[in-house]
Write a protein that binds this ligand. Structure first.
Ligand SMILES: NC(=O)c1ccc[n+]([C@@H]2O[C@H](COP(=O)([O-])OP(=O)(O)OC[C@H]3O[C@@H](n4cnc5c(N)ncnc54)[C@H](O)[C@@H]3O)[C@@H](O)[C@H]2O)c1
Length: 256
């Protein structure tokens, strides 16, 4: 009947979301999904050309979006990212701490330099993003963060003696920040993807990917959009009583 139909509004209508590592893979899928749900986006990546492409894609899809090139491992660049979001939109409601690298290395192959580089981006970078985004969120009464952990941030795997511990840092940050920030109105959750079909995974040893598929009871790897859907739920008000949760998006990997 005319006039009685509820107007469809996005699940993130008007929310201001920072997404790091948004130029590829899970970050890009999340940016496109968030834009479709009405979020206003501030996207970050170190890859300027790929970031430009995603900014164009979101704009062409009708999304409100700005972007800034920056390295999440550098405190000044993270501060600038958060400041630009506030300058552009007036506040920060959501942080998706997604930027990361996925090095494969067993113990003999893992150098101290690889450890330092991975921890700088995956652990220190995530910490810096949470720290500066939280400061902005507190000025307007709170917000929601979703961090990218991994099944490797839950259980041991071969060939991940550097990446796995970095993802345990993501899991730990989720739990500790959730408790520290709960009373101040900031929810902190994570997703723990299994193997997801992104460029980072395409660069891996094909035999390793085949072995990885065998570990997923659903018998396939996931798509970036399937992770973006879980991130959307945790970032949205639908998850209003959920904090400190780490949601597997892994085709059953961690259920075994
Ligand atoms: N793909 C998977 O199987 C998988 C599984 C579990 C968790 N994850 C996590 O999901 C996140 C995204 O992974 P992905 O597979 O989409 O990777 P991806 O390589 O496809 O995309 C990552 C993006 O992060 C950017 N980036 C890298 N270093 C950065 C830095 N210092 N500052 C800013 N941006 C930076 C890259 O340029 C790239 O655009 C990572 O945190 C990863 O650990 C991925």
């Amino acid at each position: 009947m005319a006039g009685t139909q509820a107007r469809q509004i996005g699940r993130l209508q008007g929310k201001v979301a920072i997404i790091t590592g948004a130029a590829n893979g899970i970050g890009r899928a999340t940016a496109l999904r968030f834009a479709a749900e009405g979020a206003r986006l501030m996207l970050n990546d170190v890859n300027a050309a790929a970031l430009d492409t995603v900014l164009r894609e979101v704009t062409e899809a009708g999304g409100a979006v700005c972007g800034i090139v920056g390295d999440v491992a550098k405190a000044a660049e993270v501060e600038r990212l958060v400041a630009e979001a506030v300058a552009s939109y007036g506040c920060v409601d959501i942080l998706i701490a997604n930027a990361g690298i996925i090095p494969e290395a067993d113990l003999p192959a893992a150098s101290a330099d690889l450890w330092d580089r991975t921890m700088a981006i995956d652990a220190r970078g995530m910490f810096l993003c949470c720290k500066h985004a939280a400061a902005a969120m507190l000025k307007t009464g709170g917000g929601a963060m979703v961090l990218l952990s991994s099944v490797s941030g839950f259980v041991g795997q071969k060939g991940q003696v550097v990446y796995g511990p970095a993802k345990f840092a993501a899991s730990g940050l989720t739990k500790h920040l959730a408790v520290e920030l709960a009373a101040q109105g900031i929810r902190v959750n994570a997703v723990a993807p299994g193997t997801i079909a992104t460029a980072a995974v395409a660069r891996m040893d094909p035999a390793g990917i085949r072995a990885g598929i065998a570990k997923h009871p659903m018998g396939r790897i996931g798509q970036p959009e399937e992770v973006a859907n879980a991130i959307l739920f945790l970032a949205s008000d639908e998850a209003s009583f959920i904090t400190g949760a780490i949601l597997p998006v892994d085709g059953g990997f961690l259920a075994q």
